[in-house]
Design a protein around this ligand. Structure first.
Ligand code: DSN
Length: 490
């Protein structure tokens, strides 16, 4: 099996003909809708020429990308491996089984389900499996005994009643949790009675005693751990202790940090898989695979997770499951461990670079792949900072900080992540330079006004020349670490 994706490896792939393959593919596309071909070329050019610091994005390998563009896309395969509701699924069986096998081996999980189309789908499958496994209703008993023909209106009524009365405790969105962890406007905040735990108002850190106290009082069926904007590691052994004490199921959403788990940066109490009853992830963030989701589970939840389709999912995306198998095979290679360690080292360097330049970071730093910068000290909203940085070729996303006075739309934070530029080969000194460039933009930007002259939370004014200078300094680093080197489109 080949070594994991590295810029050097990538270059070999392209010298072996992938450039010609992409050129041919783009001509075929252009013959039908030239604007799509053009946008596809432009997307590559844009990604090559900017500093991509969105914490949830990455650059998948050429092998992973190419696997998604095949005739597997045309195949329906509802059901599970070897047990499908459609004919002629033998090749889908092969790739789905491979994706699951690689996931089990990589994460040391008893069971893996490769069908979820996304992270939210993976979480819906997890919710379904927990409800089906832990809530007793005549409906579920008859379903499990395959006596569905005996179901009565009363069984359905009781199912709705029981499912609708369960409780979920998850991390608050503004503390770094995710929409699907019980945020009110999300379905997870509607299908469960929900409460949220936050972080310490002084330190910004998770306080396990507070989580335990909330759990004792609220007695959730599901305790959700995991985050999308918390710049620190979580002790999953402690979260499991809390869950066990109150009789809850521990569900961990590791979408953001799955690459750090796969690469053995998070081990022991920081590896969620042995502690969680059910673990969910996306495959495209730090794990560097195709866009999609994955569920890992302890054996007792396996048969309920297996019913993800048809309970909450449509037909699996066979071409993406094939690409998951390829990406997970890459993540099992030794080079992926080095990559994952570099992600964490680079985040530290970025945080130290900010700290040395007087920036204010939520929790004061990082020990994962995320750095969360409070931009209010520059007099800016997250929205203004995001737009100013984008003008200078620095791609980030605005993000709430704990107790954010500007809410979820304008925000007071900018979230940075290191997985993508680490894939390009950026190292610690370059991430320090990235901190310098970001600070240069923000300290030379002021809030703007609306057309009517009122103060605005969206518009901004940057000192002339700054954006061009930052772009030029970024270009030196980007040229040194090209994206998909050797890929030349005609
Ligand atoms: N949208 C993803 C992120 O940016 O973290 C999470 O769903």
């Amino acid at each position: 099996m080949s070594d994991a994706f590295t810029p050097e490896m990538d270059s070999q792939n392209y010298s072996q003909g992938a450039s010609a393959a992409y050129d041919a593919a783009l001509s075929v596309i252009a013959a039908v809708e030239p604007r799509v071909a053009e946008a596809t070329r432009k997307e590559l050019a844009d990604q090559r020429s900017s500093l991509k610091l969105i914490a949830s994005e990455n650059y998948a390998s050429p092998a992973t990308l190419l696997t998604m563009g095949t005739w597997f896309s045309d195949k329906y395969a509802e059901g599970t491996v070897g047990h499908r509701f459609y004919a002629a699924c033998q090749n889908v069986d092969t790739v789905e089984a491979l994706a699951a096998e690689h996931a089990r081996e990589l994460f040391g999980a008893p069971y893996a389900y490769a069908q979820p189309h996304s992270g939210i789908d993976a979480n819906l499958v997890a919710f379904w499996s927990i409800l089906a496994n832990r809530v007793e209703t005549p409906f579920l008993a008859k379903m499990k005994a395959k006596n569905v023909n005996e179901l009565t209106e009363g069984d359905w009524e009781q199912l709705r009643h029981e499912f609708g009365n369960q409780r979920l405790l998850g991390m608050a969105l503004d503390a770094g949790g995710h929409l699907t962890h019980g945020f009110r406007p999300n379905i997870s905040g509607k299908m469960f009675h929900q409460q949220q735990y936050g972080t310490d108002p002084e330190t910004g850190l998770l306080d396990y005693d507070v989580v335990a106290a909330k759990a004792r009082e609220f007695k959730p069926l599901v305790l959700v751990a995991g985050y999308s904007a918390y710049p620190r590691r979580v002790n999953f052994a402690k979260m499991r202790e809390i869950a066990d004490e109150v009789g809850a199921v521990l569900m961990v959403d590791m979408a953001h940090f799955a690459g750090l788990v796969a690469g053995k940066v998070f081990t022991g109490d920081e590896d969620p898989v042995p502690f969680a009853h059910v673990t969910t992830t996306t495959t495209h963030k730090s794990l560097r695979g195709p866009r999609g989701g994955l569920v890992l589970a302890q054996e007792e939840f396996a048969s309920d997770v297996d019913r993800g389709c048809p309970m909450v999912l449509g037909g699996p995306l066979s071409h993406v499951m094939a690409a998951k198998a390829v990406a997970l095979a890459e993540a099992r290679q030794p080079a992926f461990r080095a990559y994952a360690q570099n992600i964490a080292d680079n985040a530290k360097s970025l945080a130290e670079g900010f700290n040395r330049r007087g920036a204010r970071l939520v929790t004061g730093g990082t020990d994962n792949h995320i750095v969360l910068l409070d931009v209010s000290s520059y007099g800016l909203t997250g929205r203004q900072a995001e737009s100013a940085l984008l003008d200078a070729g620095v791609v980030t996303n605005r993000n709430s900080i704990p107790q954010d006075p500007n809410g979820a739309w304008y925000t007071s934070g900018i979230r940075f992540g290191t997985p993508a530029l680490t894939t390009r080969g950026f190292g610690a000194s370059e991430f320090d330079k990235v901190a310098e460039l970001v600070v240069k933009v923000l300290s030379n930007t002021k809030p703007g006004t609306t057309k009517a002259g009122a103060s605005s939370k969206a518009s901004y004014v940057m000192e002339p020349g700054i954006a061009d200078r930052v772009r030029a300094e970024s270009a030196e680093m980007l040229d040194k670490h090209p994206l998909y080197p050797g890929l030349e489109l005609a």
